[in-house]
Design a protein around this ligand. Structure first.
Ligand code: HEM
Length: 394
């Protein structure tokens, strides 16, 4: 099989979500390797087996030239994500402290507290936009609290992180990055003067998990946490809430019994695929089907197309709340697999659980508004209007 040119441009943010999904499916069904001449030229891999193999072979498929096409020359390499071995493993150790399953379990009461504060703000009104008022702010505030910020500063950090992400690829980016950098340097300066038992203090002292961290390293770490875990988890939560409120009987089934929730979360993660495209550089010739990927070439791994590949998932377009084999690649696979996956899953479980506990008659009140591809990888919701019986004021 030979490659055929892709009409699809992943940086065209005007394409609606339905068109993006159609393009993913068309490329996947046409050829295992689809070439694009855009942005310097690269190949798409879209089939589950090929995407998974590439993710699992970080020697042949390097992340060190960045995981975006085109690369953003203004952004330093994101720790762990955009490094190969041996630096990759070192950064992973540094990042891992608050993200292990055990650390996340211990942190769950803080997640529940942040969720409840956000729900308190709209529960008495009978109406809300669950993107604006829950899914979008929650992950950034949670990460802020995780590194040691107090709630008000964590709320402020959320605004800065959101502005930075929105500015990617635009002329606004340098100004937003300078704001992010200045803010994080201020946090570190504060911890140098007033050390605490938190992650920011470790960064301020310049040693985290035994690794020396300079100023650029500290900014990179904060970037990995705040930017990496913000919109991704917000998108996943928006997708989950939408599925639960639109699939017949699902909301009431979960209110009656939560045991099906883990499978519902995994199935929603598969179909939502918040971060859809990750780049690699081919370091040695690799055979994919009849096509040889040449050394030095760039590839874009299409996780969203892989997650709906009928060769791996039976009836892939259907939300199957009882799906037993669900090896989705929403969090990637192999050595770069998402370090924040336990935190993300805990946020999804706790946020949906508290919503259903407190507002059992939650229902959609208007059409959800879905984005196309934002920044060449993220797909999310812009609005999820809901209505419900107002919670009694305390
Ligand atoms: C539903 C939410 C999330 C999704 C869909 C997601 C997705 C991903 C994916 C696909 C990768 C692998 C990228 C690659 O192979 O190039 C990744 C890596 C990573 N994620 Fe997440 N992520 C989520 C939440 C988070 C959170 C909450 C954090 C941290 C607070 C986080 C931190 C990271 C880090 C540090 C890496 C790099 C790991 C490495 O390169 O070894 N993510 N994520």
């Amino acid at each position: 099989m030979s490659t055929t040119p892709a009409a699809f441009d992943h940086l065209d943010g005007t394409l609606p979500a339905t068109e993006v999904r159609r393009a993913h499916a068309e490329m996947r069904e046409r050829c295992p390797v689809v070439h694009s001449d855009r942005h310097g030229g690269f190949d798409y891999l879209t089939r589950y087996e090929n995407v998974r193999s590439a993710l699992n072979d970080p020697v042949a498929f390097s992340s060190a030239d960045g995981v975006k096409i085109p690369a953003n020359p203004l952004l330093p390499p994101v720790p762990a994500l955009e490094f190969d071995e041996p630096e990759h493993a070192e950064w992973r150790r540094v990042l891992d402290g608050p993200l292990t399953p055990r650390a996340v379990r211990a942190f769950e009461p803080v997640i529940a507290e942040v969720v409840d504060l956000l729900i308190d703000a709209f529960a008495g009104s009978g109406k809300a936009d669950l993107v604006d008022q829950l899914a979008e702010p929650l992950p950034a505030i949670v990460i802020g609290r995780m590194i040691g910020l107090e709630q008000p500063e964590a709320v402020r950090a959320r605004g800065i992180a959101a502005a930075l992400y929105a500015a990617m690829g635009t002329a606004e980016f340098p100004a937003r990055y300078a704001e992010f950098h200045d803010t994080t340097q201020r946090w570190l300066a504060d911890r140098r003067e007033h050390p605490r038992d938190d992650m920011l203090t470790q960064m301020a002292k310049g040693v985290v998990e035994g690794r020396t961290i300079d100023e650029a390293g500290a900014t990179g770490l904060l970037l990995a946490y705040i930017v990496g875990g913000h919109h991704s988890t917000g998108s996943a939560l928006g997708g989950l809430i939408r599925h639960v409120l639109t699939l017949p009987g699902l909301r009431d089934e979960l209110i009656a019994d939560r045991k099906g929730l883990p499978r519902v979360i995994e199935e929603s993660l598969r179909l939502t695929t918040p971060l859809q495209l990750f780049a690699r550089t081919v370091r040695c010739p690799v055979q994919v089907g009849d096509h040889e990927l040449a050394e030095g070439g760039r590839v874009l791994l299409d996780l969203a197309a892989a997650n709906r590949d009928p060769r791996e998932f039976s009836d892939p377009e259907t939300f199957d709340r009882a799906r037993t084999r669900n090896r989705h690649v929403t969090f990637g696979s192999g050595s770069h697999v998402c370090q924040g996956q336990h935190l993300a899953r805990a946020e999804l479980r706790i946020a949906l659980g508290r919503l259903l506990d407190r507002i059992p008659d939650l229902r959609l009140d208007g059409d959800p508004v879905e984005s196309g591809l934002v920044g060449g990888s993220l797909m999310t919701h812009y609005a999820l209007p809901v209505a419900f019986t107002p919670e009694d004021s305390p």
